[in-house]
Ligand binder design. Structure first.
Ligand SMILES: NC(=O)c1ccc[n+]([C@@H]2O[C@H](COP(=O)([O-])OP(=O)(O)OC[C@H]3O[C@@H](n4cnc5c(N)ncnc54)[C@H](OP(=O)(O)O)[C@@H]3O)[C@@H](O)[C@H]2O)c1
Length: 308
């Protein structure tokens, strides 16, 4: 299968690239941002026509919550126009178009939200992702919205650029592991104004689910997430166990004021993925299984980064 991947240098995109190419032998076309600007309709069309992929997996986003608020036009173009450009180009070559989306299209009172639950975003990022989902549903000849959630994993394109804890769940475990392994205290944020319940997902597990959806040409909305919900403290404690860390270094406290000062954050974004699991013919992994796999990935990525 020839796959055109956007955002391949990003956290999620680099894991999609790894699973598609290294685990499944897909032929990957993953142009860098500097080579294909997704907001440029003609450039996207030319690039897709020249490579004629079987599928396009669109994972690129402008990842800057403050920028999304301060430059609404750029934000609209980076999410909605880019998704439209990718989808129209995909249709022109009869490609299956998969949009990587998010549990933040929900308002945080709908959890566990099923695939059929209508989106009801409460912040700019969620709004732009919900609009992008609509584009794929309305325009793609063969389109899939693959929502991922609370994504954990290693950044395979930039392993030495760890992301810090934020109001969501993404990257939380690796941030905590890095601190505790270095003997530093880590304050896990908890309290109002944060995403407090989610369905944590290993990036490579999500990528495997997307791969199955591509193989089966499954369209519609999928929840490509883990099989067990968790709150922030539960996830942190399980990570301490699985990574055999010193739990005495873990504190729990409110986030800094500037984190709470931003836009509203959905509190409970648990995803119900039963229909997705059925249609993909899989059992979604329990939290412990997911964390053990994450430990394996972290250890092999760190030993690659710092050989003995
Ligand atoms: N991370 C999470 O926890 C999480 C959770 C749920 C859903 N998601 C979804 O996963 C996807 C990827 O997120 P991520 O966290 O992996 O983001 P990321 O690490 O910030 O990566 C974003 C990627 O998009 C590229 N990009 C940005 N604007 C572009 C443009 N105009 N044209 C071409 N390429 C562009 C970036 O390239 P440059 O860096 O070179 O600009 C980068 O490769 C998104 O759809 C997001 O909604 C993520």
């Amino acid at each position: 299968m020839r796959i055109y991947l956007t955002g391949g240098s990003g956290f999620v995109g680099s894991n999609l690239a790894h699973v598609f190419a290294h685990e499944h032998g897909a032929e990957l076309i993953a142009p860098a941002h500097e080579h294909v600007e997704l907001t440029d309709e003609l450039m996207v069309r030319r690039s897709v026509l020249a490579t004629r992929p079987d599928a396009i997996v669109h994972a690129a986003i402008w990842n800057d919550p403050a920028g999304l608020r301060s430059d609404r036009r750029r934000a609209w173009e980076a999410y909605v126009t880019a998704t439209r450009n990718v989808t129209v180009a995909g249709n022109a070559v009869d490609a299956h178009v998969v949009l990587i989306s998010t549990d933040w299209v929900f308002d945080g009172t709908q959890g566990p939200a099923a695939e059929t639950e209508p989106p009801n975003p409460i912040n700019t990022y969620g709004f732009l992702k919900a609009c992008s989902e609509l584009i794929v549903h309305q325009i793609a000849a063969r389109g899939t919205v693959a929502r991922i959630a609370g994504v954990q994993g290693v950044h395979r394109a930039r392993p030495s650029a760890p992301r810090a804890q934020d109001a969501g769940f993404g990257y939380l475990v690796v941030s905590l592991v890095q601190a505790l392994r270095a003997g530093r205290r880590f304050t896990l944020w908890d309290g109002p104004g944060l995403n407090r319940m989610a369905t944590p997902t290993l990036a490579t597990d999500a990528a495997e689910l997307v791969w199955r959806a591509l193989e089966r040409v499954l369209t519609g909305t999928l929840h490509c997430c883990g099989g067990e919900h968790s709150d922030r403290i539960g996830l942190a404690r399980r990570a301490v166990e699985v990574f055999e860390l010193d739990g005495d270094l873990l504190d729990v406290g409110p986030p800094p004021a500037d984190v709470r000062a931003g836009e509203p954050v959905p509190a409970d974004t648990r995803l119900d993925a039963a229909a997705t699991a059925r249609s993909l013919g899989v059992e979604l992994p329990a939290l412990g299984t997911m964390l053990h796999r994450l430990r394996g990935e972290v250890e092999s990525s760190w030993s690659l980064a710092c050989p003995a």
